[in-house]
Design a protein around this ligand. Structure first.
Ligand SMILES: Nc1ncnc2c1ncn2[C@@H]1O[C@H](COP(=O)(O)OP(=O)(O)OP(=O)(O)O)[C@@H](O)[C@H]1O
Length: 291
């Protein structure tokens, strides 16, 4: 179990903002921090990894104390077992994929760890290339492998997929889920994408102005009582077209576009770019195997 209590006064664009959170994370689970830009999500990860000092707080990871401001315990970042993946990869440009991974090994650690990760994350064909010869998705797979070299107790992913197109994003999500399960990791993901949060996480914490506004399973958090249909998907509105008295709304769900007929009352304030849930209550969906 991981217990995190953090307080820190942050300097936001409109003045100071008190970040004040209390989070419990079950070992082996994947949780998401979801919230607007500037809500404090990255600051939380930086405090967990020891890169940013809170004003007050404590962090215990599987019975080990990483931080306790009252007892003046403050483990250095290099002593906290975290793997950190950012949006902008952070690979060494002068090293090959394999060298980037070997460089992350701890003194005395077996090189087999790297060989195994190359195999798991399917980097075999890329291992002798330099990062400049890799696509964004491939670079992010290397960054993911590198974060796992020291078998972290917490894997932290700070919007790692936001620079990727939808197909690549879906593939990377699958890699993350694969290593999360295979290495029995405890993973904290920051994501802005509701569909990603629903696909990936066991639990979501909605952060607003430095506080936890809501928490629970993604479905509990993102669906409201009025939307209790069993059959539902979340997506993003990409187009709205008015036809006589109705509207045709095009929604991107994963990598598929779906057109929905909506009435004016349903449209309300929905605009292009909004995240929405498409749900249906009383009908019989067909299930077909795809080849
Ligand atoms: N070391 C710091 N000291 C004081 N304030 C900080 C510090 N680092 C960041 N902030 C401020 O804290 C606020 C929250 O930043 P943070 O990066 O945690 O937000 P975020 O939710 O991750 O946003 P985004 O989604 O844009 O990355 C911002 O207004 C930022 O300017």
């Amino acid at each position: 179990m991981i217990h995190i209590t953090l307080q820190k006064e942050l300097i936001a664009a409109h003045g100071t903002m008190l970040l004040d959170i209390n989070i419990d994370i079950q070992r082996g689970s994947l949780v998401t921090l979801y919230g607007d830009s500037g809500a404090g999500k990255t600051s939380i990860l930086r405090m967990i990894s020891g890169l940013l000092a809170p004003d007050k707080g404590s962090i215990t990871v599987n019975q080990k104390t990483w931080l306790d401001t009252e007892k003046r315990i403050h483990q250095k970042p290099q002593h906290r077992k975290v793997g950190y993946v950012f949006q902008d990869y952070g690979l060494f440009p002068n090293m090959t994929v394999k060298e980037n991974l070997l460089y992350a090994l701890e003194k005395g650690q077996s090189k087999n760890t790297v060989t195994e990760l190359i195999d798991t994350i399917e980097l075999g064909d890329l291992q002798d290339r330099k990062p400049e010869k890799l696509s964004g998705g491939q670079k992010q797979r290397v960054a993911l492998a590198r974060a796992l070299v020291r078998t972290p107790e917490i894997l932290m992913l700070d919007e790692p997929l936001s620079a990727l197109d939808n197909t690549m994003r879906a593939k990377l999500q699958d890699y993350i889920l694969k290593v999360h399960k295979q290495y029995n990791l405890t993973t904290i993901l920051i994501s802005h994408e509701i569909s990603e949060v629903i696909k990936m996480s066991d639990q979501v914490f909605v952060i607003e102005n430095g506080k936890i506004k809501k928490q629970g399973s993604p479905i509990e958090v993102f669906t409201t009582k009025q939307m209790s249909g069993k059959f539902q998907f979340s997506g993003e509105v990409v187009h709205i077209e008015k036809e006589d008295v109705i509207y045709i709304v095009t929604i991107l769900i994963g990598t598929n576009f779906v057109k929905i007929v909506a009435e004016e009352t349903e449209i309300g304030t929905i605009a292009i770019g909004d995240k929405v849930i498409v749900a249906s209550k009383a009908f019989n969906p067909l299930l077909q195997k795809v080849h």
